[in-house]
Ligand binder design. Structure first.
Ligand code: PEP
Ligand code: MN
Length: 656
């Protein structure tokens, strides 16, 4: 059973509860969360939950019918996110672990690390103690292999995972290993599970060769009951009568597990299929089925690999697979996890603050930081950056919104500027979806830009020489009144207003014009023939300023952006909104978006601020924080609000 303790429980009450449970032959695990502390009590003999409920200090008791008590959903409603030296597994992320089957040499390990890091892996694998079917096959490099794995991981900023086959090896591994892997053959080696669980480190638990899902979860229970909270389940194929592949990959285990457990689920397509050309399709299928990540074998020269060469990908194959995963992930509402420092070669890295040294946005004043945006020179987002940072920031133009976010995640830029809504055109849905997909991104500020359109053309052009006008569809639509004065002009849509300006400038043609900003005019040396041609002068775009999570803090926030979902039942949204009001939060914006893969279920985006008069003080910051913490707590308790995520806590007015 799960015993939720009262918030301010006295130490002696806590001890009394524990003693009572232990006297009844229950094993007690204390789990201290941000919001509440719980006791997980497990044992062979059942006791009446009511006997526990009446003890002083007990808030409530949740009986658990499943045999895997701590691994089951009832025990923990929210999905577990495992954190390994800054790399996260779980949530909306797709985290890819890659590397060779076995560590073979220093060169092989460094080459492997370099190649997989380059393609986007966030963790490095490599076996040092290999459980081989034949005693005559290569058994691994042992302690030396563990050290080499770690060295290569450190050189490329990748935490490392390696298999442990015997608790005797713990002393040789403990200083080097970030994540222990329990192999398929050892899934039910209970003595090993207990010893590894007791290390308190994250563990990847592979599914046994012929284990049922319940047996697998029971094995996870051993680990959890022994002391670790971080267990990642790994489906790696099971033994069936089929011989065409090494094993049969049971992808249906993913949705089945999702309902039964809060633990993250990854897939190892390499050991499942055993032949390299079948690995990428199954990797994609795993992501489509809802996996939180993959562990894949990649070898710089698979043909000479000492183990599992046939199923190891060539680095180029891995790179292609990663690109395909990148394309697939948004379809299932996920984002591929990135390391904080994986810029493309030769690109300057924007310094990222070390953990615990977050700055405020105001502290950046006067500093030459980089701010990424989508679009070319002269784009409105670039203008927003220049205004917001008084020309202190270096704008970094990228191909699209996702690229701008990647630039922030991989350190090419410290900040990003993303449009979120326009007074005439409405919300920029793509960016709402991006904010929910990229969980390692945070909103740290916002700014509003008045959008003024101009008619730009090359020198010598006039409205008499122009016959074609280029712009983003929004640009054309927003200047419809002006354009109706020239009924013979042809309208051609471009990807962005700045792309239109670039095109006209490159053509040098007096019959062409672009609708874009005045900044674009100077960027592309075009003449503004007429400015302020937008139909409605009240044309504003609100941008959010984003950073990698944990880089910034805000002393006195007056605004929070949150995402939440409600259960699919009558009145759920009404009750959810009531909770905001009850906690003294004004809702200034509410937007709903469909949840990918869950028809007719919606995710809500809300902006909340403090009522007039309370804001702009340090107290207000505390108020908004505690009100949000209260909301999160309520959401866990009653299910009215599900998965409240704070996208950012910021001050709207900061430096703007
Ligand atoms: C491995 O990952 O190298 C391995 C041996 O996997 P499994 O235990 O799934 O066979
Ligand atoms: Mn292998």
């Amino acid at each position: 059973m799960v015993i939720v303790l009262e918030k301010n429980i006295r130490d002696d009450d806590k001890l009394r509860i524990r003693t009572f449970l232990e006297k009844n032959s229950l094993r007690v695990n204390e789990i201290a969360g941000d919001e509440e502390t719980i006791f997980g009590a497990v044992g062979r003999v059942g006791i009446d939950p009511r006997e526990v409920e009446i003890l002083p200090g007990v808030q409530r008791v949740i009986p658990i019918s499943k045999p895997y008590k701590m691994a089951c959903r009832e025990f923990k409603r929210d999905n577990t996110v495992v954190s390994v030296r800054g790399v996260k597994i779980g949530g909306n992320r797709v985290s890819v672990i890659a590397g060779p089957c076995a560590v073979e040499s220093r060169e092989q390990m460094f080459e492997s690390a370099a190649r997989v890091a380059d393609s986007g892996a966030v963790m490095l694998r490599g076996g040092a103690y290999k459980p081989r079917t034949s005693p005559y096959a290569f058994q691994g490099m042992g302690a030396e292999g563990v050290r080499l794995l770690r060295e290569a991981g450190d050189a490329y900023g990748l935490p490392v995972v390696t298999e442990i086959v015997s608790s005797e090896h713990i002393p040789a591994m403990i200083d080097y290993v970030d994540v222990y892997q329990i192999g398929a053959r050892n899934m039910q080696n209970f003595e090993l599970l207990k010893k590894v669980g007791a290390l308190g480190k994250p563990v990847i638990l592979k599914r046994g060769l012929s284990a049922t899902i319940e047996e697998w979860l029971m094995a996870a229970e051993y680990l959890l009951a022994s002391g670790t909270e971080d267990v990642i389940l790994c489906e790696r194929g099971i033994r069936t009568y089929e011989k065409a592949t090494r094993n049969t990959l049971d992808l249906s285990a993913i949705p089945v597990l999702r309902a039964l457990t809060h633990l993250p689920i990854i897939v190892d397509p390499s050991h499942a299929v055993g032949v390299r050309d079948k690995v990428p399709p199954m990797a994609l299928a795993a992501i489509a089925a809802g996996a939180d990540g993959l562990i894949v074998e990649v070898h710089p020269s698979p043909d000479i690999a000492l183990s599992d060469g046939a199923q190891s990908l060539y680095p180029v194959q891995f790179e292609k697979m990663m690109r395909d995963i990148e394309v697939l992930s948004p379809v299932v509402g996920r984002a591929v996890s990135r390391r904080a420092s994986s810029p493309e070669k030769g690109v300057r890295l924007e310094s990222q603050a070390a953990p615990g040294t977050a700055r405020s946005l105001a502290q950046l004043k006067g500093e030459r930081i980089t701010c990424a945006y989508s679009g070319g020179r002269g784009a409105y987002a670039e203008q927003a950056i220049k205004r917001f940072f008084d020309d202190d920031a270096i704008p970094l133009g990228t191909a699209n919104f996702t690229e701008a976010i990647h630039a922030v995640l991989d350190g090419r830029a410290l900040l990003g500027m993303l449009p979120i809504e326009n007074t005439l055109a409405g919300s920029v849905y793509e960016n709402y979806d991006n904010l929910s997909r990229f969980e390692d991104i945070e909103i740290v500020g916002e700014t509003t830009l008045r959008i003024e359109h101009s008619l730009l053309a090359v020198k010598g052009a006039s409205t008499d020489t122009i016959s074609t006008v280029y712009s983003h569809p929004q640009g054309l639509a927003q200047c419809s009144d002006y354009l109706s004065g020239f009924p013979l002009w042809k309208h051609i849509e471009t990807d962005s207003t700045s792309a239109a300006a670039e095109l006209v400038a490159a053509s040098g043609d007096i019959s062409k014009a672009a609708i874009a900003s005045e900044t674009a005019a100077s960027a592309y040396r075009l003449e503004p023939l007429k400015s302020g041609i937008e139909t409605n002068p009240r044309n504003y775009t609100r941008f959010v300023i984003i950073a990698r999570a944990g880089q910034f803090f805000c002393d006195s926030p007056n605004r929070a952006s949150v995402i939440f979902t409600t259960p699919n039942e009558p009145g759920a949204l009404y009750h959810a909104l009531g909770l905001f009001l009850k906690n003294g939060l004004n809702m200034t914006k509410l937007e709903s978006r469909p949840i990918p893969g869950e028809p007719w279920k919606y995710r809500f985006y809300a902006n909340v601020s403090l009522p007039e008069g309370v804001s702009a003080s340090v107290v207000s910051g505390e108020h908004i924080r505690s009100a949000l913490a209260e909301l999160q707590k309520i959401s866990q308790d009653n299910g009215i609000l599900q998965g409240v995520r704070i996208l950012g806590l910021y001050n709207q007015k900061e430096i703007s």
